[in-house]
Design a protein around this ligand. Structure first.
Ligand code: ATP
Ligand code: MG
Length: 233
């Protein structure tokens, strides 16, 4: 039990959520490493949501609301941290949630699907004969009615290869990534540089608000995030 007064309570509680995801068979052991990398960048952000993240969240909400076939991609880390918010987002957008794992595993797909259904998810898709070209291993599979057919894909905590491939497929990509230098952050159309735990509840609220679109420049957003991190080093 972590006392609320502990100065690192939020971070320690988040680690527990990831470990719980691992125990439930949803999160891969490699997910722990990806989480640690995220933590390092969150330290540089001062564990706060900054104006560049707010701006990206606003743009992401308007893009998702305007999409014809939005798809929300979930992996083992996202399932452990933010299943509830992903389900809320799916309900607001009437969009499917597609399970999309970096280390393909039918067993983990099943555990994540079961977890999402137990929390009230309506439409869950698994990889089938859909194909992401430009990737030559078993991560190329996706769902034909899901990612393959989507115009906008929300892929938080995604790997760079797949994000770049989706970009080549001319999908509009929205991601959440604490590392503004990652290939995913650089390849996405909209990068929310923030911890997914802070960003997703805000994104749900923004989608609900249905705000009007504003000018958006992802290069500027990434530059602002890097400048902020440098200023804190
Ligand atoms: P890339 O493949 O995009 O170049 P990478 O190989 O360094 O990046 P991956 O493990 O492929 O990293 O992707 C995981 C990404 O998710 C990392 O950039 C990490 O910083 C980020 N991340 C991890 N945990 C969180 C979190 N809680 N919120 C937001 N981002 C996170
Ligand atoms: Mg990677």
């Amino acid at each position: 039990m972590i006392p609320a007064s502990h100065p690192r309570a939020f971070s320690l509680h988040t680690r527990d959520q990831i470990v719980e995801g691992l125990k439930k068979g949803m999160t891969s052991i490699h997910g722990l490493i990806a989480h640690g990398r995220g933590e390092a960048f969150d330290y540089l952000l001062g564990e706060k949501t900054h104006p560049f993240a707010w701006e990206a969240i606003h743009a992401a909400a308007t893009m998702l609301n305007a999409a014809q076939h939005p798809v929300l991609s979930i992996n083992g880390n996202v399932a452990a941290l933010c299943s509830k918010e992903m389900i809320q987002l799916a309900a607001l957008l009437d969009a499917p949630i597609e399970i999309n794992l970096f280390h393909a595993s039918k067993k983990r797909e099943k555990m994540i699907a079961r977890h999402l259904l137990s929390l009230g998810a309506k439409k869950i898709l698994l990889p089938d004969r859909g194909m992401i070209p430009f990737i030559d291993h078993n991560r190329k599979y996706c769902n034909q009615d899901g990612i393959e057919n989507a115009d906008v894909v929300f892929v938080p905590l995604e790997d760079g290869d797949r994000c770049q491939a989706l970009q080549k497929m001319r999908k509009k990509i929205i991601t959440v990534d604490l590392n503004p230098l990652s290939r995913t952050a650089q390849a996405a159309h909209i990068t929310i540089v923030d911890n997914i735990l802070r960003a997703l509840p805000l994104l749900v609220e923004e989608v609900r608000r249905k705000n009007t679109p504003t000018q958006y420049n992802n290069k500027k957003i990434l530059k602002n995030a890097i400048t902020l991190m440098r200023s804190r080093v």
